[in-house]
Ligand binder design. Structure first.
Ligand code: CO
Length: 136
């Protein structure tokens, strides 16, 4: 069995920005029946996460208007904010992205939610989706 060679090995989470988590909780929790998973708030957002088969759905509510999620919600009224891929080697993946000409938001990994090393890639290089890479 060969190991995956691409930078992305699995979806760690999908971040959905919305103005009020509580208004959407019944859909994700009760209608879809997803189990909630405790995660820390981060990047100026309140986060409620659900386990969807090993990947998380993260509902992101701005804690402040002047935050990345706050600006996104103000501009677009909510929606998919980013997709996070867990990769085996973040440094190697980031280097592969750089070599391929992918526009990096974070030139080097930084510490994100849950104390994990992360890096964002610009939507201009990814088909219009903000992509986060994290270590699996
Ligand atoms: Co994220």
């Amino acid at each position: 069995m060969t190991q995956p060679t691409g930078p992305a090995t699995r979806i760690a989470h999908v971040g959905i920005a919305l103005s009020a988590i509580d208004a959407q909780l019944p859909f994700y929790r009760d209608v879809l029946g997803l189990e909630s998973v405790p995660v820390n708030d981060s990047d100026g957002a309140r986060i409620v996460a659900f386990d969807a088969g090993g990947s998380l759905v993260e509902l992101l509510e701005p804690a402040a208007a002047d935050s990345p999620i706050g600006r996104f919600v103000a501009k677009r009224g909510g929606g998919i904010h980013h997709i996070c891929f867990a990769v085996a080697d973040l440094d190697a993946s980031l280097e592969r992205c750089r070599a391929a000409g992918v526009e990096l938001v974070d030139q080097v990994p930084r510490i994100g939610a849950e104390g994990k090393r992360i890096a964002f890639l610009h939507p201009r290089s990814t088909g219009g989706v903000l992509v986060e890479l994290t270590e699996s």
